[in-house]
Design a protein around this ligand. Structure first.
Ligand code: ADP
Length: 475
């Protein structure tokens, strides 16, 4: 399969002439060959998106945007198996999890279709202010123009749709720059939107390196907004070059989960195995730090190791597979080094620690110190650390001792404690009796501290992709 950028409805094999291979991280099989866009093609795409905003999107009524998004969701539902399979092949995500991702993506399109009809503003009581008599004031929400959407490999479809669908719902046009590792689902998505009747130029897919996006898209004068999901390192670079533009940043975390002694331990274990090892921990809200209250620590550890060892490991395309490879060998080697470093500093590897090619086995680490990389930095890998604690205050203080603050999970049956802890955690979101990894697509999702800027979740993303415009009348 050969794929290329799609600009103004046309596939652009010209690009820079350079190509890149997309390979299945498990088998090494060739999935596709993509032609990369250079700076010139990116410029052309941006100019086309600018024109499409002026000539097409500004005139398109909300009911039409809504219909297109609804058709896209129906088409994705019809083709869900095809999309799930490609995500499994290009990202190495177990097919069960890939299917779940596509189901969520369908919903994101449906929420966007519905909300495109509800971009309401407000009428202000102008006479509340001195000299305001005989005046009327209203606030409208208006689209911003060309939105630059830069996305990562880990949820190649759903995290892309969290940007593209609200952008279209709000009446913008989009330059879509997917991750180099997972361009095939992105390409299929652009085609799907064409089939759903989205006019040419409203969604321009630019398959390029991060470098081209960074030098051309991010600082471009005709792109008023960049929405990015990815690593803190790249997020910082983008923030620095974006200058005065608005940016939404969904970055990482070393997500904490707290298990109190009164929790339903078996239930917590089931959820936390998935939270730590689902898609090999390559999830922004993957459980990386688990704080367990002293009295139940030994029981938790024993059962947690057992449950982890029961994961079905293998080919992402296998129906029974729970756990597959990492995205590439470099990622797996990097995390293995972190684990070795922790071991040399006195940590105990309770299970895992080994690697074969891209496969890093599920790894549980105890006897850690808070300044070890495996605790303090974002692992984005199938490793998790377990730490005992005595008091609630200690658990809260340890949890907050991080540069990140995205989502946390708290397991307890004590409702007062649950709310108290939720209030005291420095996080964008807190789940009670659910793990940090759980997310629904209709609530505000995003981080505090270095986990990000702004929020996603269709309604909230639409707010970030529109401007408020005040219109006043002197009667
Ligand atoms: P991940 O490895 O999780 O995909 P990255 O932060 O490395 O996270 O990449 C996320 C996205 O950012 C990708 O689409 C990548 O191509 C893009 N990217 C990488 N470097 C830059 C950059 N300097 N400017 C803009 N985008 C970049």
């Amino acid at each position: 399969m050969k794929i290329a950028s799609i600009i103004n409805g046309a596939e652009r094999m010209d690009g820079s002439g350079e190509t890149m291979e997309v390979r299945n991280p498990y088998s090494g099989d060739l999935v596709a060959e993509m032609t990369l866009a250079d700076e010139k093609l990116m410029e052309e795409a941006i100019e086309n998106s600018r024109q499409a905003f002026q000539q097409t999107m500004k005139k398109m009524p909300a009911y039409e945007r809504s219909d297109i998004l609804r058709r896209a969701s129906d088409l994705l539902e019809e083709k869900q198996e095809e999309f799930a399979e490609i995500v499994a092949r290009e990202a190495g995500k177990p097919i069960k999890h890939s299917r779940a991702e596509i189901k969520r993506s369908i919903q994101v399109l449906r929420f966007s279709s519905e909300l495109s009809k509800h971009m309401t503003g407000e009428v202000l009581p102008m006479d509340a202010a001195l000299r305001g008599d005989n005046r009327m004031g209203m606030v409208k929400r208006v689209p911003m123009g060309v939105i630059g959407a830069i996305t990562p490999f880990n949820f190649p479809l759903n995290l892309s749709l969290h940007k593209i669908a609200p952008a279209i719902a709000a009446g913008n046009t989009v330059i879509f720059k997917p991750a180099e590792k997972t361009p095939v689902s992105a390409y299929m998505l652009a085609k799907l939107f064409q089939e759903a009747g989205l006019p040419d130029g409203v969604l321009n897919l630019v398959l390029s390196t991060g470098k081209v996006a960074g030098s051309t898209l991010v600082p471009h004068k005709d792109v008023p907004k960049i929405t990015f999901t990815g690593s803190l390192t790249v997020g910082k670079i983008i923030r620095d070059t974006a200058g005065f533009k608005k940016v939404t940043m969904e970055l990482g975390s070393n997500s904490p989960n707290i298990v109190f002694e009164d929790a339903d331990i078996d239930d917590a274990i089931e959820r936390l195995v998935n939270a730590a090892f689902g898609y090999s921990g390559q999830v922004c809200v993957s459980a990386q730090r688990i704080y367990v209250q002293e009295d139940v620590y030994d029981e938790f550890l024993k059962k947690y190791v057992e449950a982890t060892n029961n994961l079905e490991i293998g080919d992402p395309l296998g129906e029974e597979t729970d756990f597959g490879p990492m995205i590439d060998e470099d990622a797996a080697k990097r995390i293995q080094e972190w684990v070795e470093e922790a071991r040399n500093e006195g940590a105990t590897i309770e299970t895992g620690g080994d690697r074969k090619g891209t496969m890093m086995y599920p790894t549980i680490i105890t006897n850690v110190k808070k300044d070890m990389k495996v605790v303090k930095e974002e692992a984005f890998a199938p490793i998790v650390t377990l730490m005992p604690f005595k008091t609630e205050e200690e658990a809260v203080a340890n949890t907050n001792d991080s540069i990140y603050g995205l989502q946390a999970g708290v397991f307890t049956k004590d409702i007062s404690r649950a709310y108290r802890v939720a209030d005291n955690l420095e996080m964008g979101g807190v789940w009670i009796n659910e793990s940090s990894v759980y997310r629904q697509d209709n609530y505000p999702y995003g981080g505090v501290k270095l986990s990000g800027l702004g929020r996603e979740g269709v309604k909230y993303a639409m707010e970030e992709m529109t401007e408020m415009k005040f219109i006043g009348v002197r009667l």
